[in-house]
Each structure stands twice: as structure tokens, then as C-alpha cells.
Design a protein around this ligand. Structure first.
Ligand SMILES: Nc1ncnc2c1ncn2[C@@H]1O[C@H](COP(=O)(O)OP(=O)(O)O)[C@@H](O)[C@H]1O
Ligand SMILES: [Mg+2]
Length: 240
């Protein structure tokens, strides 16, 4: 299939979609990676939010790191209010680890012997039965790995990603670059369809955020790292 025929999910980040030939290929698994505070979560939520508002896309944001309340407060601070459209809450669901635990208790699984990768997949299936699901954000891969706590998660990760892919929605995996997770991160990077990297760089007396597309299958993309700006509910990469 030629790149022009691929259906794409626009990010709605100004300046980014044109560099991606229209957006992220639909149905792909894309990693949003970077250091702490580089706005990885904000970018993931923004893509979900914009698609829910503009295209009536169904989105699920699973936060294993921050509480739902914390995340929603942060996103509101960035101008992404979930009350802006009356039925937006029906299309844009946010679940946190506490709610995931409740779900597991209801399905009779206890914390200690929980296989978290399987549990996430199970909950996704149950969501898919209840609401249209076009985009799924998992925040973060590190948190999931620390819960999973297996010696060698490579094989399980391979199955996890394959199952995700089989569900048909577009997945954004938030991943914080960490030495202790390097092995698993490499495995996921190899299997994922795309990698968007966020970096904080010192430029003179300022710390600037930059965004680069490291990998994007089915896409002829630009490789430059570009300044990334967030202001008043608007995200933008500034082209050269
Ligand atoms: N209202 C705001 N407007 C613009 N940027 C903000 C605002 N509030 C927080 N930030 C920035 O967002 C960063 C945190 O974003 P987040 O998406 O949680 O990062 P990450 O997930 O990569 O750790 C903060 O470090 C700060 O620089
Ligand atoms: Mg985050």
C-alpha cells in the first residue's frame, strides 16, 4: 500500500501532521518517549482529546502513574476541559490504577498474582464492548512494567503488543526513558510502529522542549528535532 492510501489519525499538533503525511497511521502502536517533564502525557492526552472533539473519536486514557484527578487537573491547566462538549465524557474515558484494581477485584483477581499485561488487555476488551474505542493511551509503559515485575518481560511484551495491535485501535504508549527499563524499552521500540521522542534541551539560558519523529512505519517523515511549544490549549512544533 502506498503511503498516500494509509488512513491516518491526525495529532492536531500544529506543524506535526504535515511532517507525518497527515498523521499517525491508523491502527499502529506508537511510543511517546522522553525524560520526565517533557510533556509526554500532555501530548498523548492532546491527541486523544482533539480527536474526540473534532472527529467524535472514542478514546481511553489509562493512567497508571498519576491519579485520574491529577491528570485531569493538569490537562485542564493546559486548556483541555472535558466539559467543553456535553457528550465528550462519554467518548473520552480516563481510568487510573485504582479503578483498574477495582475492575480486577470485580473479576476476582487479586493484586499479588495479577498478570498486569493480561489484565490491561482484559479491561480493554471490556471497554471495547461498552464504547467505541479508536485511540488508546497507556501512561506509562514503565509503570506497567514495574507492576508486571517479571525477570524477562520480552516474550510477554511481544504478546501484549501483538494483542493490542489485533484490537484495531491506535495505541499511544507513553514511555519515560529510564536506565532500569532500557532492555524492555528496546524490545518495545523494535516492535512498535512508531516512536515520537520529546527532549528537553538547554539553549543558552533556557530549557526548550523539542520533538522528533524517530520512527514511523508507512510514513516518509522528517527527522529534524523541532521546538515544541504548549500555550493556551494549543500544541505546536515550530518548523525551520
Ligand atoms: N499550564 C501549562 N502550560 C504549559 N505547560 C505546562 C503547564 N502546566 C505544566 N506544564 C508543563 O508540563 C510539564 C509536565 O507535562 P507532562 O505531560 O506531565 O510531562 P511528562 O508526562 O513528560 O512527565 C511540566 O514540566 C511543565 O513544563
Ligand atoms: Mg507523564
Amino acid at each position: 500500500m502506498s503511503a498516500e492510501m494509509v488512513q491516518r489519525v491526525p495529532t492536531h499538533v500544529a506543524g506535526l501532521d504535515q511532517r507525518l503525511g497527515g498523521g499517525i497511521p491508523k491502527g499502529s502502536i506508537v511510543i511517546i518517549e522522553g525524560g520526565a517533564g517533557c510533556m509526554k502525557s500532555s501530548l498523548g492526552y492532546y491527541i486523544l482529546y482533539q480527536n474526540a472533539i473534532r472527529h467524535q473519536a472514542g478514546g481511553l486514557y489509562m493512567t497508571l502513574e498519576q491519579s485520574r484527578r491529577d491528570l485531569e487537573d493538569h490537562m485542564e491547566g493546559l486548556g483541555m476541559d472535558r466539559l467543553v462538549q456535553p457528550d465528550l465524557k462519554d467518548r473520552l474515558a480516563v481510568v487510573d490504577l485504582g479503578e483498574l484494581r477495582n475492575f480486577l477485584t470485580e473479576t476476582g483477581e487479586s493484586d499479588l498474582k495479577t498478570d498486569w499485561l493480561k489484565s490491561v488487555l482484559r479491561q480493554l476488551r471490556s471497554y471495547k464492548d461498552e464504547m467505541p474505542l479508536d485511540i488508546f493511551v497507556l501512561d506509562s509503559l514503565n509503570a506497567l512494567l514495574s507492576l508486571h515485575n517479571k525477570e524477562n518481560p520480552r516474550v510477554e511484551l511481544f504478546h501484549f503488543l501483538r494483542e493490542l495491535k489485533g484490537m484495531g485501535f491506535t495505541t499511544l504508549l507513553v514511555s519515560e526513558i529510564m536506565e532500569e527499563d532500557a532492555q524492555a524499552q528496546n524490545a518495545v521500540a523494535f516492535l512498535a510502529d512508531g516512536i515520537i521522542r520529546m527532549e528537553a534541551r538547554r539553549v543558552d539560558e533556557m530549557v526548550n522542549l523539542q520533538l522528533g519523529i524517530v520512527k514511523m512505519r508507512k510514513t516518509s517523515h522528517d527527522r529534524s528535532f523541532l521546538p515544541f511549544i504548549a500555550r493556551r490549549g494549543h500544541l505546536e512544533v515550530v518548523g525551520r
